[in-house]
Design a protein around this ligand. Structure first.
Ligand code: F6P
Length: 550
C-alpha cells in the first residue's frame, strides 16, 4: 500500500465492513457452540494463554483481518521498527524500546549504530548504583543509609514504573528484597501530592530519582525543584549530589540542575516517554529487574518472528481494530483479576490513548475514520461492583479479562468452599460467559421470575471479551504482559496507518497553560487585571485570584 493510500480505501477494509454486518447477525451464543472454531481461537506462547473465542468474530473474520494486515504492510512496518528506521516521522526518530530489553549480544541498529551496548552500559551503571545504595556503600550527606526512594515523573515516566512496582508487590522475592524500603511516586504538580509524598520521610535517608525524558516537563521540574529545596534546606545545598539522581536523555539539563553527571542514567531519543519503563531500580536487586527485562524480551522476539495467526500482540491488535473500526465499539475495558495489576489499566490507558488518539494518517492526511480507543479498567472483582452494570446491560464494551493461574499469596480460610484465589477466579471465568450468553426471557420465566421484573433481569448477551491467562505474576510475567500490550497498540496504529509514537495533542494545552501562568504572575505581582482571555476564562481566573489572595 502506498503511503498516501488510506487503509479504509483498500479492498480488505471494504470487505471487512460488509462482513461485519453479517457477523452482527450471529449471536455469540451460537458462535460459541462451534467447538472447532473455539479450538482454533485459543493460542499459547511462553506460558500465556489467549482465548478469543468470545470475540464477535468467525474464522473468516480472522482470515480477512490477516489480509488487512497484509495490505497495511504490517510485517514490513514491524520490521522497520525493529530495524531502527525513523518510523516516528514527525519527530524523525527510531522507535526502539525493544532494545532496552534485548539480550547483551543482540544487534539493534539506530542510524547505523548498534545501540545494545549503550543500553547495557546504562543498565550496568544502574545495577552498580542500586547495589551501592542497597548495600549502604552509597550513603546520604549525613552518613546515613538511603532507605526510601521518591520517584518524580509524569505520564510515561510515572505510570509505567508505578504499574511495574505495584505489580511486583505480589512477587515474594521482590517483596523480600524491598523490605524496610519504600518507593513513592510524585507526579502531580498539585502541592497536595508533594505533601503526601514527603510526609513521614526523612531527607537524610531519602533518595530522589527524577525520571524525565526531556528534563523540561513543567510539572516534573517544579516537583524536582521543590524536593531539591526540601533536601538542601534540611541538609545543605551540597547534599543534593548525594540525594538526587536522574533518568533522562537530556544530560546537559540534568547537570545544570545540580545532579552529578555520574549519577545520571541516560537514555535516548529513540525511546518514547511512554515506553521508558526504566524502573527506579534502587528498590530491587538486579535479578528481579533482569527477569522483568527477559519477560518483555521474550514477547519482543515472539512479536518479530511468530506467524501472525499465532502471534499474541498481532492478533490482539487486529481484534481491537475489528472492534473499533468494523463493529463500531469505541471503548475497551481492561479487567485484571489481580489486585497487583491495579495500575495496569491506567498505564495502558496512557500508552494506548497517547499513541493512537490521532486524527491524521502518518503522512498528515486527515483520517476519514476514527482511530484509537477509550481504555479504562479496574481489577476484578472491584470493577464488578462499579461499572460492570453498564457493560452487562448498557453499552457494548469489549473486555480484556486477565487472570493468573497461581496466586503467590494464597489464602485458605477454614470452612470456606474454595480458596480466596479460587473465589476471585470463579468470577474471572463466569463474567465472560455472562457477557456472551446473557439471559433470555424464557430462562427467566422458567425460573418463575415475577413478570414485572422479567425485562429488568433480561441480559441480551452477545457482548465480546477475550481472556488472557498468565501462569503467575512474577517479574518475568509482568514484563511479558507489558510488552504484549505495547506491541498490540503499535499493531493497531500500523493498521490504521497513523504515527503511534508522537503526541502533539498534549502540546496545545501546555502552551495555553504558559499564557495563564504569565497572567497569574503579572496579576499577583503587579496587580494587572486578567486580559486576553475569553469571558469565561477571565471570570474564572479573576475569581480564583481574588479567592486565593485572601
Ligand atoms: O504527556 C506527554 C509526555 O511527553 C509523555 O509522552 C511523557 O511520558 C510525559 O509527557 C513526560 O515527559 P518527560 O519524560 O519528558 O518528562
Amino acid at each position: 500500500m502506498a503511503s498516501s493510500t488510506l487503509v479504509c480505501d483498500t479492498q480488505p477494509w471494504k470487505e471487512l465492513k460488509a462482513h461485519a454486518e453479517d457477523v452482527k447477525k450471529t449471536h455469540l451464543r451460537d458462535l460459541l457452540s462451534n467447538d472447532e472454531r473455539s479450538r482454533s481461537m485459543v493460542i499459547e506462547f511462553d506460558g500465556i494463554l489467549l482465548d478469543y473465542t468470545r470475540q464477535q468474530a468467525t474464522l473468516e473474520t480472522r482470515e480477512k483481518l490477516l489480509k488487512l494486515a497484509e495490505v497495511a504492510s504490517l510485517k514490513q512496518k514491524i520490521n522497520r521498527m525493529y530495524n531502527g528506521e525513523h518510523i516516528n516521522s514527525t519527530e524523525n526518530r527510531s522507535v526502539l524500546h525493544v532494545a532496552l530489553r534485548a539480550p547483551r549480544d543482540a544487534v539493534i541498529q539506530s542510524d547505523g549504530k548498534n545501540v545494545v551496548p549503550d543500553v547495557w552500559n546504562v543498565l550496568d551503571k544502574i545495577q552498580e548504583f542500586s547495589e551501592r545504595v542497597r548495600s549502604g556503600s552509597w550513603v546520604g550527606a549525613t552518613g546515613k543509609q538511603l532507605k526510601d526512594v521518591v520517584a518524580i515523573g509524569i505520564g510515561g515516566s510515572f505510570l509505567g514504573p508505578l504499574f511495574v512496582h505495584t505489580a511486583l508487590q505480589t512477587d515474594p522475592e521482590a517483596i523480600e528484597s524491598a523490605r524496610g524500603r519504600q518507593l513513592r511516586f510524585l507526579a502531580n504538580v498539585d502541592p497536595i501530592d508533594v505533601a503526601r509524598n514527603i510526609t513521614g520521610l526523612n531527607p537524610e535517608t531519602t533518595l530522589v530519582v527524577i525520571v524525565s525524558k526531556t528534563f523540561t516537563t513543567a510539572e516534573t521540574m517544579l516537583n524536582a525543584r521543590t524536593l531539591r529545596e526540601w533536601i538542601s534546606s534540611a541538609l545543605g545545598p551540597s547534599a543534593v549530589a548525594k540525594h538526587m539522581v536522574a533518568v533522562s536523555t537530556n544530560l546537559t539539563l540534568v547537570e545544570k540542575f545540580g545532579i552529578d553527571p555520574n549519577n545520571a542514567f541516560a537514555f535516548w531519543d529513540w525511546v518514547g516517554g511512554r515506553y521508558s519503563v526504566l524502573l527506579e531500580y534502587c528498590l530491587y536487586p538486579y535479578n528481579i529487574v533482569s527477569k522483568f527485562l527477559k519477560g518483555a524480551s521474550s514477547i519482543d522476539q515472539h512479536m518479530y518472528s511468530e506467524p501472525f495467526e499465532k502471534n499474541l500482540p498481532v492478533l490482539l491488535g487486529l481484534l481491537s481494530v475489528w472492534n473499533v473500526s468494523f463493529l463500531g465499539y469505541p471503548a475497551r475495558a481492561i479487567l485484571p483479576y489481580s489486585q497487583a495489576l491495579e495500575k495496569f489499566a491506567p498505564h495502558i490507558q496512557q500508552v494506548s490513548m497517547e499513541s493512537n488518539g490521532k486524527g491524521v494518517a502518518i503522512d498528515g492526511v486527515p483520517l476519514p475514520f476514527e482511530a484509537g480507543e477509550i481504555d479504562f479498567g479496574e481489577p476484578g472483582t472491584n470493577g464488578q461492583h462499579s461499572f460492570y452494570q453498564l457493560i452487562h446491560q448498557g453499552r457494548v464494551i469489549p473486555c480484556d479479562f486477565i487472570g493468573v493461574v497461581k496466586s503467590q499469596q494464597p489464602v485458605y480460610l477454614r470452612g470456606e468452599v474454595v480458596s480466596n484465589h479460587d473465589e476471585l477466579m470463579s468470577n474471572f471465568f463466569a463474567q465472560p460467559d455472562a457477557l456472551a450468553y446473557g439471559k433470555t426471557t424464557e430462562q427467566l420465566q422458567q425460573e418463575n421470575v415475577p413478570s414485572h421484573l422479567v425485562s429488568h433481569k433480561t441480559f441480551s448477551g452477545n457482548r465480546p471479551s477475550l481472556s488472557l491467562l498468565l501462569p503467575s505474576l512474577n517479574a518475568y510475567n509482568i514484563g511479558q504482559l507489558l510488552a504484549i500490550y505495547e506491541h498490540r497498540i503499535a499493531v493497531e496504529g500500523f493498521i490504521w496507518g497513523i504515527n503511534s509514537f508522537d503526541q502533539w495533542g498534549v502540546e496545545l494545552g501546555k502552551s495555553l497553560a504558559t499564557q495563564v501562568r504569565k497572567q497569574l504572575h503579572a496579576s499577583r505581582t503587579k496587580g494587572e487585571p486578567v486580559q486576553g482571555f475569553n469571558f469565561s476564562t477571565t471570570a474564572m481566573m479573576t475569581r480564583y485570584l481574588q479567592g486565593s489572595a485572601d
